[in-house]
Every structure is written in structure tokens, then in C-alpha cells.
Design a protein around this ligand. Structure first.
Ligand code: AMP
Length: 187
């Protein structure tokens, strides 16, 4: 299966994506995780991405798209994938369409995890304390939520028009939310 998981920062995308991808036996591809791995390894991609991540801004599309195209070309992604945190801009949607069309495949479902924005701020602050993420300080959290609302939330319409979008309530126990997602996937 080829699935996209969308939702604002702090909606629990990463946590859910791990369970769902494991259940389906497909790779979990998180652009945020790939960027963070590059930052901690000090690669040139990581050095470039860090400037944007630390400010709560999106890494430029050219950089992000090239990284995802490369990841999707790897052997494990041929049987399907769960994309977490990508696409986040219209340019990224177009690039993903191009890559998948060239491979003769398509996305089957786009799941949007919906949450009350007031609930995600304390969640992100808690994670900041636990994981020491520099992009989880209060100002940066606010900026990340703004950027999501401006640039990414409207994109769910694109997938709704294609009949691919399903909204899932992201509020509640982790295992409950997982069940809801599996149920919309017909599992
Ligand atoms: P995440 O863990 O998915 O919230 O991503 C953390 C940070 O990585 C984001 O705030 C962005 O700076 C960067 N990032 C992750 N995915 C993307 C993307 N698809 N496009 C641009 N920047 C991204």
C-alpha cells in the first residue's frame, strides 16, 4: 500500500506511522526523521536543513524533493510506503505525482490526523523536554504550527478532490487512534 499521513506537528503522526507501517510491512518514510539523522551525522544535507528546522521553517522543496525521490527509489519502497511529513507543499505534491507516475504507481489513501491545535502545544512542549529537540521551543513550535496552517493544511483539499482523503480523529489513547487508522485502511 502507498499511504500518506498528514496532520499538524504534535498530532501523533510519527507514533502512529511506526505502528501502521509495521502492521502493513511497508517502510515508514519520515522526512523529519531523515533530516534529523543527517543533522546528527553532520552531512552537508543536514547542515543545510538545520538552518530551516531550527527556525520552524520548511526546508526548501528542491532539497526535500530530491531526498524523497532518492528514498522512494530504494528497493524496500517498491512494495509500498507510508509517507509521514511529506508532501507539505504544492510543489512537493507535484513532485511526488511525477515520481509515482514515472514508476507506474499511485497513492491509495491520504490520512489526515485531526487534532485540536490547543492540545498540540503542550504535547510538543512535553516532547521537547523528553527528546531535547531544538525545534520544540515555544517560539519555534508556534512558527511550525503557523507554517503548517498556511502551507500544508490547505493541501488536504487536493487529495480530497481526488477522493483519497480520509480524516481520522487523532485525539485519544495511542492504541485507539491506531485502531481508527487501521479501520479506515480496511484492516
Ligand atoms: P517533522 O518531524 O516532520 O515535524 O519535521 C521536522 C522539520 O523538518 C520541519 O519543521 C521542517 O523544518 C523539516 N521538514 C520535514 N519534512 C519536511 C518537508 N516535507 N518539507 C520541508 N521541510 C520538512
Amino acid at each position: 500500500m502507498r499511504i500518506i499521513l498528514m496532520g499538524p506537528p504534535g498530532a501523533g503522526k510519527g507514533t502512529q506511522a511506526v505502528f501502521i507501517a509495521e502492521k502493513l510491512g511497508i517502510p515508514h518514510i519520515s522526512t523529519g526523521d531523515i533530516f534529523r539523522a543527517n543533522v546528527s551525522q553532520g552531512t552537508s544535507l543536514g547542515v543545510e536543513a538545520k538552518k530551516f528546522m531550527d527556525a520552524g521553517e520548511y526546508v526548501p522543496d528542491s532539497v526535500t524533493n530530491a531526498m524523497v525521490a532518492d528514498r522512494l527509489s530504494q528497493a524496500d519502497a517498491q512494495k509500498g510506503f507510508l509517507l509521514d511529513g511529506y508532501p507539505r507543499t504544492l510543489d512537493q505534491i507535484n513532485e511526488l505525482d511525477k515520481v509515482l507516475t514515472a514508476a507506474g504507481v499511485a497513492v491509495e489513501k491520504v490520512i489526515e490526523l485531526t487534532v485540536d491545535i490547543d492540545a498540540v502545544v503542550p504535547r510538543l512542549q512535553k516532547r521537547a523536554a523528553e527528546q531535547n529537540r531544538v525545534d520544540d521551543t515555544e517560539d519555534v513550535i508556534r512558527r511550525r504550527l503557523e507554517v503548517y496552517a498556511e502551507q500544508t493544511a490547505p493541501l488536504t483539499d487536493v487529495y480530497a478532490k481526488r477522493g483519497l482523503l480520509v480524516q481520522v480523529d487523532g485525539f485519544g489513547e495511542i492504541s485507539e487512534v491506531t485502531k481508527r487508522i487501521l479501520s479506515v485502511l480496511g484492516i
